[in-house]
Design a protein around this ligand. Structure first.
Ligand SMILES: Cc1ncc(COP(=O)(O)O)c(C=O)c1O
Length: 410
């Protein structure tokens, strides 16, 4: 493979097998929601070990659908980390509820202690985010929401809330397909888990999202799947494929549903990637992670992200390295220097309380000191299968040089 002149941050992985799966769908005579979506859902259900998954057009709409299903609305609170992408909070706002932000731990994931103090009688759900593909402290969070002291605070405002009788745990696992916690795949840890299939994710359909349904009895996940499937498609009793069969034109609209279904042509793209995910795409991301680890491990200038411990295995989505004693300004200079060397780096994320829409809603970064501390000197390095060891070495060496130059010039 020819080495590129420019190292992009996160190009999609598209090979001939993937193109073949997509073109086969284009030629099949059916391009919107149909057999490929079903195949994708079955694949992800098998992969994560849950009985049902539902594919929709983005992780953002998947999160909204989960919140909506639970009857979350104006006046309700949903606890989220301050360190996440805006979608986690916007989904809450789109159903009319209030996001309650809490600070994170040193590994960028939501702090269980901070969750506990944020819970009120209005709390209806927690959205835990597996930042960079690194799982949250699910055991502690689950124990907490099952705690009698917390369940007694829970006030149900819908049939589903009454049936669950406690705070709903949603996992925003937009980054975490393929990650494990205590040897069980992400997908099985929360009541509902949402993966993103956006273009920069480990597995992509260009745009898309998948919900793993993992509610325990008396909920019936198959029934729930059928209900949410309708909600994702205008509340229509028949999808377009069934309606297109001869003589099958009659339908009803039984919910004021959304229009957030995933088309087959996009599902085909994700499906083809998933078929080579564990054996190639994820394995290669791990190789890149290991390369960076080995290279930087002994260098005291950098702090490396957690990606493997006895409890958790990352999906290696992002490599958020931190430069000790760097300020925001110095970090911006490094990224600029690297861009001039044709290497694209990134920052994940600007904490939500630093963004206009959330500042206007009254959030202030001063209340989230850990999020600010992590953000200031964080740099995300490129991670994708196409990065050869030679390119990884080039990125690492140039990063060290750029950081040294900045120290030197001060
Ligand atoms: C943590 C997190 N949650 C949710 C999303 C939203 O994903 P989507 O673009 O599929 O709606 C993203 C997207 O980058 C994300 O990073």
């Amino acid at each position: 493979m020819q080495e590129p002149d420019h190292i992009p941050f996160s190009p999609p992985y598209i090979d001939e097998e993937i193109i073949h799966e997509v073109t086969e769908t284009l030629r099949s005579g059916w391009i919107t929601t149909g057999p490929k979506v079903k195949e994708l859902e079955k694949f992800v259900a098998n992969y994560t070990g849950v009985s049902q998954t539902l594919a929709v057009n983005s992780a953002t709409s998947a999160l909204m659908l989960c919140l909506h299903w639970f009857g979350i609305r104006k006046g309700d609170e949903v606890i989220i980390p301050a360190y996440t992408y805006c979608a986690t909070a916007l989904a809450v706002m789109h159903v009319g509820a209030t996001p309650v932000m809490v600070d994170v731990e040193n590994d960028f994931t939501i702090s269980p202690d901070k969750i506990r103090t944020a819970i009120t009688t209005k709390t209806k759900a927690i959205i835990a985010v597996d930042f960079a593909g690194w799982p949250c402290a699910y055991e502690e969070i689950k124990e907490m929401i099952g705690d009698q002291e917390i369940t007694q605070k829970f006030k149900s405002g819908s049939d589903n809330q009454k049936q669950l009788g406690r705070i709903l745990l949603i996992s925003d696992a937009a980054h975490a397909l393929g990650a494990t916690y205590q040897n069980k795949p992400i997908g099985q840890w929360a009541d509902m888990t949402v993966f993103s299939l956006h273009a920069v994710k480990n597995v992509t359909s260009a745009e898309g999202g998948i919900i793993c349904l993992n509610l325990s009895k008396p909920f019936d996940n198959e029934k729930l799947y059928n209900q949410l499937r309708l909600w994702s498609l205008n509340g229509q009793t028949k999808d377009a494929l069934s309606k297109s069969q001869g003589g099958s034109w009659r339908y009803d609209i039984i919910y004021p549903g959304f229009k957030i279904n995933l088309p087959d042509v996009l599902a085909a793209l994700a499906l083809a990637q998933l078929k080579k995910y564990d054996l190639y795409l994820l394995r290669e991301r791990r190789r890149v992670f290991n390369f960076y680890y080995t290279f930087f491990q002994k260098n005291k200038t950098f702090q490396l992200p957690a990606f493997d411990d006895p409890d958790r295995q990352s999906s290696c989505h992002l490599f958020p390295i931190r430069v000790h004693h760097f300020t925001e300004e110095m970090r911006a200079m490094v990224i600029q220097k690297m861009a001039e060397k044709n290497i694209s780096l990134n920052v994940h994320f600007v904490p939500l309380p630093m963004l206009t829409v959330f500042k206007n809603a009254g959030f202030d970064i001063a209340h989230f000191p850990k999020s600010y501390e992590l953000y200031c000197n964080e740099i995300s390095l490129p991670v994708y299968p196409q990065l050869t060891d030679k390119l990884c070495l080039h990125i690492c060496s140039e990063l060290c040089k750029s950081v040294e130059e900045i120290w030197h010039d001060r």
